[in-house]
Write a protein that binds this ligand. Sequence first.
Ligand SMILES: [Zn+2]
Length: 233
Amino acid sequence: MKKNKPKETEKISTAKPATKTKKVSKAVPTKIVKKEESRECVTHKWVPLVGNDKGKNVPTFLFTCLNCGDLKVGTQTIKISRYRLDMGELPMNSIAGIKLMNGPSVDATASGLIIGADIETNVQGIGAPLFMKANGFLAAANATTSATAPCVGLAMDSGTGNKRVLLHGVFRLDAWAWSTGPGTAGLIYLDISTGTLTQLRPSGTDQVIQPVGWALASNCIYFMPSMMYLTHI
Ligand SMILES: [Zn+2]
């Protein structure tokens, strides 16, 4: 495979029709490329990259824009430059650190460590805290007793079955109205109402006191559920 790659790259340039090749070379001067990278392309002009199969040039599923140089596979645009690589809203600039969205630009979405897991019950839907049952399924958590706690994740989808669950990260839900602040003011706990979070620390007998995160904004939390929790006497 590795031996073939340089060959394919060579073939790509020779395989292009003469007119298109001319257009590419016109757009290539460094100053223009830098300018194009700094703004969004108004109208992409996609052309498929050409591969070589048994001596025959064939179009591939990888496209490039003749105007800005973006790539796409199918409908997914990939932005690549010397300093960034992304297929979403957040560029990957360096693998030395992971940057999360604060907050996510869309309601009821998250940025962080996400898994797919089997949800047994979740009437409350997106944003519901979940606990792990003895049968290995997740279900909407409740701080009334430790039998329905601790919260280990937040539902990113409504309904049951295999769904996305946030284990750690930033979650935005516009229906929330959190207070931010120092001390316990900004802390968020598992609530004694099923599938709900609260900023009122549970205070009844046997109730679970588990901080699961803190408020970044009225509609946004940093979810980092504590595995150390107290049960009220
Ligand atoms: Zn473009």
